[in-house]
Design a protein around this ligand. Structure first.
Ligand SMILES: NC(=O)c1ccc[n+]([C@@H]2O[C@H](COP(=O)([O-])OP(=O)(O)OC[C@H]3O[C@@H](n4cnc5c(N)ncnc54)[C@H](O)[C@@H]3O)[C@@H](O)[C@H]2O)c1
Length: 392
């Protein structure tokens, strides 16, 4: 238990999947948490769920019972935001709707002093768009947790153009004290993970749509040869095809229809059909007794070519992000390993494969298809020409 937290008194607004997880993280670290949701019954349900999570941790011996009681006791449901007096930081985890979020922050400005930090857990809205209209936009920052918040170490910190630098450093040290691995990203579509990981899903679906291999074969290549924890198709089924598709569409639209982010028709059809993955019992896979039916073709040569092609796209995107000064190289590597469990960082992987080989794969694909999504990024070309990776 840590007692030296930067922010000891907090409010979490929104007690959905993310909000309750974030409340758990804060309380486990020793902070007091006010929990507010417009749906009062929803808060009750969320707390009951958390009680069960705590009980499981106690049964597994990962937590002492008195400590689990303390964690639950530090979370106080409130039926009005006015009750959150004295909170030093608000974490907003309400539905992904710009009007709702703006209204909430503007209301909070009337209730809380100018030095209370406002953090948003938004996945797809710009922090700038939420800062608009605030009297104190310097207090607003993106603090993007990953699902499940209690288990995933990565947190992306996203300052807007107006965010005060001391707020960035304060949040970074606070999250580190809580045992998280914070990285700082520019206020750019998809931030780090939801941008770079698009290639993992997109290129896997291209390979499938071109008839080169089936989803289970592609997943086999990525997990057995590539050592990814989950293949792209099983992961999309797990996340939900609707959620994954809407992130892809949002990133693509926000990047002005950049071909690298173009969504896939095969996924759109699944969404239209209502085959959303595990939660509906069918997605790219069919499920029997809760398990995906899988009969991959275990052909090493085919598997290697699939892995190399997807990695080339991932590495190109990682380098494109670095070229855009989205984040530091170190934060990029941390983000993909700690946020989506990649076996190693993408730049480390690029060094292993060799940038010249990656450039050749992309050039061949561009030449063959004419599709702009395969354009090698400037940083990759410079890396090959100069013989070293230089990030200005
Ligand atoms: N689910 C994920 O994997 C994930 C991951 C990272 C970030 N996010 C982001 O976190 C946020 C929440 O996502 P979620 O999956 O927990 O959503 P959710 O639908 O599970 O929960 C949203 C909650 O907000 C409440 N709510 C809506 N409007 C409100 C208001 N005006 N005031 C108070 N409460 C209100 C709803 O009643 C609901 O309980 C979104 O911005 C989402 O983009 C989600």
């Amino acid at each position: 238990m840590k007692n030296d937290l930067t922010f000891k008194k907090t409010i979490v607004v929104g007690a959905g999947a993310m909000g309750i997880g974030i409340a758990q993280v804060l309380s486990q670290a020793g902070a007091t948490v006010f929990l507010y949701d417009i749906d009062l019954a929803g808060v009750k349900k969320a707390l009951e769920k958390l009680e069960k999570v705590m009980e499981r941790l106690v049964v597994k011996g990962r937590l002492e019972r008195p400590e689990s009681r303390e964690i639950l006791k530090r979370i106080t449901p409130i039926e009005a935001l006015e009750k959150a007096e004295g909170a030093q930081v608000v974490i907003e985890a309400i539905s992904e709707n710009i009007e709702l979020k703006r209204d909430l922050f503007q209301r909070l400005e009337d209730l809380l002093p100018a030095d209370t930090i406002f953090a948003t857990n938004t996945s797809s809205l710009s922090i700038a768009s939420l800062a608009k209209g605030l009297n104190h936009p310097e207090r607003l920052i993106g603090i993007h947790f990953f699902n499940p918040a209690a288990l995933m170490p990565l947190v992306e910190i996203i300052p807007s153009m107006a965010t005060g630098p001391e707020i960035v450093s304060g949040c970074k040290s606070w999250l580190t004290q809580m045992g998280k691995s914070p990285v700082v990203a520019k206020d750019s579509p998809g931030f780090i993970v939801n941008r770079v990981a698009r290639a993992f899903y997109g290129e896997a679906m291209n390979i499938y749509e071109e008839g080169i291999a089936s989803p289970d074969t592609i997943d086999w290549a990525m997990t057995s040869i590539g050592k990814f924890k989950m293949g792209p198709f099983l992961l999309m089924d797990f996340i939900g095809q609707d959620i994954n598709y809407s992130v892809s569409e949002s990133v693509w639209t926000q990047f002005y229809f950049e071909p690298r982010f173009r969504p896939n028709i095969s996924q759109k059809r699944l969404v239209e059909q209502g085959w959303l993955g595990r939660k509906t019992g069918r997605g790219f896979y069919t499920y029997e007794k809760g398990s995906a039916v899988s009969n991959p073709i275990k052909d090493e040569a085919l598997g290697n070519s699939i892995l190399e092609r997807i990695l080339a796209l991932l590495i190109n995107e990682a380098l494109s992000a670095l070229g855009d000064r989205l984040c530091t190289l170190e934060d990029l590597e941390t983000a993909m390993v700690k946020g989506v469990n990649y076996p190693i960082g993408l730049i480390e992987w690029a060094k292993k494969i060799g940038p010249d080989k990656i450039l050749q794969i992309l050039k061949d694909l561009l030449d063959h298809t004419g599709d702009g999504r395969y354009r090698p990024t400037a940083l990759l070309k410079d890396w090959v020409t100069k013989g070293k990776l230089e990030i200005k």
